[in-house]
Ligand binder design. Structure first.
Ligand code: ZN
Length: 111
């Protein structure tokens, strides 16, 4: 389905935002210079991944970044400081109740 993504902002902070496209229901999690495009059903798993720091490896850098998150692209990793992961987690927590409501809405639309 070709459309212009019309994103409605659900949560935002100085470092990023969470939005949902009214057309295709894609959830955008923008944080610093990263953009995660998720389905409504993937959002909870992503939130858990961030909160529990799943799939992240401790790493030492000389720039205060302490956690390394692999991406599907070989040789490309995301680096986070602990407080950045906390801030991303807070953003996801803020958006979670609205996304839960959106999911219930989607289920009731298709039934
Ligand atoms: Zn869209």
């Amino acid at each position: 389905m070709a459309h212009c993504h019309q994103f409605r902002t659900l949560a935002e902070s100085e470092l990023g935002y969470v939005g949902i496209c009214e057309g295709c229901r894609t959830v955008n999690v923008a944080f610093q210079n990263s953009l995660f495009c998720l389905s409504l059903n993937q959002f909870d798993a992503f939130r858990e991944l961030i909160h529990e720091r799943l799939a992240m490896r401790p790493v030492y850098t000389s720039h205060g970044k302490e956690l390394l998150l692999p991406t599907p692209m070989p040789n490309y990793f995301l680096l986070f400081a602990h407080d950045e992961v906390d801030k991303l987690g807070a953003l996801l927590t803020e958006a979670a109740p609205v996304l839960e409501a959106e999911r219930i809405l989607d289920v009731s639309r298709t039934n």
